[in-house]
Ligand binder design. Structure first.
Ligand SMILES: [Ca+2]
Ligand SMILES: [Ca+2]
Length: 170
């Protein structure tokens, strides 16, 4: 199958898509939102670019794999699949029972992890992370002085996090 190549251009766009094969999606300038369900064998590039962009990711037929999301070096890898590209997303909603491994940027990272086990570093900037389910999750908030992490009691270990229910001294 030829790769799908989507460039949404300027303006605030909303895209809902099921990705079955290799795809390059760039939402362009503007405040954009993308809801996508992805076949884990796809080589996927998803670029938020300039603006306040939000992505909702789920992976069909791959309930247990590890998902590497590295916005610091613009990489995305699902299980042992090909390495794709991911950057420019201010808020990521992650769905599915995966081991999520995340590397953020030196500006704002926003994450809502709805299932699975999250291990992440969010570096500089004031980052906001919401972790659902029993985990166990781990967050290193890094250099920002107002990193906010919420998780159920006992579900997460937080380091260098200043606000929310997961600060180490609570
Ligand atoms: Ca950050
Ligand atoms: Ca911090």
């Amino acid at each position: 199958m030829a790769p799908a190549d989507l460039w949404l251009g300027p303006g605030d766009d909303h895209l809902e898509i099921r990705v079955l094969g290799d795809a390059v999606i760039n939402v362009g300038p503007g405040d954009d939102s993308v809801f996508m369900d992805v076949d884990p064998t796809a080589r996927l590039s998803v670029v938020g670019g300039v603006g306040s962009d939000e992505i909702r990711l789920s992976f069909s037929g791959h309930p247990d794999g590890r998902v590497l999301l590295n916005q610091r070096y613009a990489r995305l890898r699902i299980g042992t699949g090909p390495v794709g590209e991911l950057w420019g997303w201010d808020v990521l909603h992650l769905w599915g029972d995966h081991d999520w491994v995340y590397r953020g940027t030196n500006s704002h990272d926003g994450l809502i992890v709805n299932a699975g086990r999250f291990t992440g570093r969010t570096y500089g900037g004031d980052d906001v992370v919401t972790l659902r389910g029993p985990g166990p999750h781990y967050v290193n908030g890094g250099a920002g002085a107002r990193d906010h992490v919420d998780a159920d009691r006992g579900a997460a270990t937080c380091v260098a996090v200043e606000l929310g229910s997961c600060v180490p001294w609570r």
